[in-house]
Ligand binder design. Structure first.
Ligand code: ADP
Length: 334
């Protein structure tokens, strides 16, 4: 069936439970985009092998990420929701793009350097070429828009470089993909301890997961770093306080935020009260999603059917692109 809508692609690694950063940086946009774009959303299981070679948890993690995406509002009838490893064409395109990616630029990638620092015993070639595989995932569907968080900006820049090199050498096949977020700058959801971003695998006590129970959410929020409060009217906020306001902006009403802004500005703010309010607003936001995830996970037959239908849509699109790629590269000999 011909679909004239612009193409969107994004993915999430099944390396653990999804968190608020994944929701606000990525999934919220997926859900908004599903009615207006031709969307491909995948569970990036191959990517997870770069840092998580032990596959014992992989199946349950893949099921969970699918269920979490659906519980957040993604409709598998409207989009292609699939598993990366079910689309083998990805590996072929990754191989071709590897010939157009240079060791020096890959070594300079911020996420690569971070991961080397975190895990110096496992600096494998897959980790180095992560941005190449990611570019393959995206351009395999000739996607133009990629809804991702701010941490992915550099990878998108690299994907554009690979696309330009390919198009320049072999002819125009791919559009340049760009990071996408509705109306605003790309989002970074900070961790509660002010040491970086919320993340699936690091910083778990300072990350709010969609699977956290109400007591855990309250406990984590109440532990967020604060101080004894401002002493000068209308002063600048320290970054750990700004983070709490930023988190509030994600889940609280405008009225609540304005009240605490005013109290900050006139130095009457009590951070204990602010965190209690934030904790309740987080509980109200997260608990319906968590309950829905649990219900979906009970129905394995449904999840298998989602994966199968999603893979069929993704493979159809991938095969069409790969025909063009092989032709452009002169890899057709008969
Ligand atoms: P993680 O870093 O938790 O392993 P992934 O690498 O699987 O997450 O990223 C999945 C999506 O979630 C990407 O689009 C990424 O930009 C987004 N994302 C991850 N963490 C955050 C965060 N703290 N704030 C905003 N977006 C985030």
């Amino acid at each position: 069936m011909k679909d004239d809508r612009e193409i969107v692609m994004s993915g999430i690694r099944p390396t653990g439970f999804l968190h608020l950063g994944n929701y606000f940086g990525a999934i919220r946009n997926y859900v908004k985009m599903q009615d207006d774009y031709n969307c491909f959303f995948m569970v990036a299981d191959w990517h997870s092998l770069t840092t998580h070679p032990d596959t014992k948890q992989l199946k349950s993690n893949v099921h969970r990420v699918l269920a979490e995406n659906i519980a957040c509002g993604l409709n598998p009838d409207k989009v292609a929701l699939y598993c990366q490893s079910h689309v083998h064409e990805t590996a072929e395109l990754y191989l071709y793009l590897n010939m157009l990616a240079y060791k020096g630029e890959l070594e300079k990638t911020v996420t690569f350097k971070d991961k080397v620092r975190q895990n110096p015993e496992n600096v494998n070639a897959g980790l180095l070429t992560y941005p190449v595989l990611q570019a393959a995932d995206i351009i395999l569907h000739r996607a133009k828009f990629v809804p991702v968080g701010k941490d992915q900006e550099q990878h998108l820049e690299m994907a554009r470089n690979f696309v330009n090199r390919f198009n320049h050498r072999y002819g125009e096949v791919f559009p340049e993909p760009q990071a996408f977020n509705y109306n605003q700058a790309l989002i970074k959801v900070p961790s509660l301890d002010n040491t970086g971003k919320m993340s699936k695998s690091e910083n778990q006590l300072a990350t709010l997961y969609l699977a956290d129970n109400d007591a855990t959410i309250r406990k984590k929020v109440m532990k967020a770093v604060t101080d004894s409060g401002p002493v000068e009217m209308n002063s600048a906020k320290p970054d750990y306080i700004e983070n709490i306001f930023d988190l509030m902006k994600l889940v609280s009403s405008a009225e609540v935020i304005n009240r605490f802004e005013d109290e900050f500005n006139n130095c009457t703010i009590r951070y204990g009260d602010m965190k209690k309010q934030l904790a309740e607003d987080m509980v109200n936001f997260i608990s319906p999603i968590r309950n829905q995830v649990e219900a979906i996970l009970q129905d394995e037959k449904y999840l298998l059917q989602v994966m199968e239908t999603g893979a069929a849509k993704a493979i159809e699109s991938a095969k069409a692109t790969m025909l063009q790629v092989r032709k452009a590269m002169g890899l057709q000999y008969y």
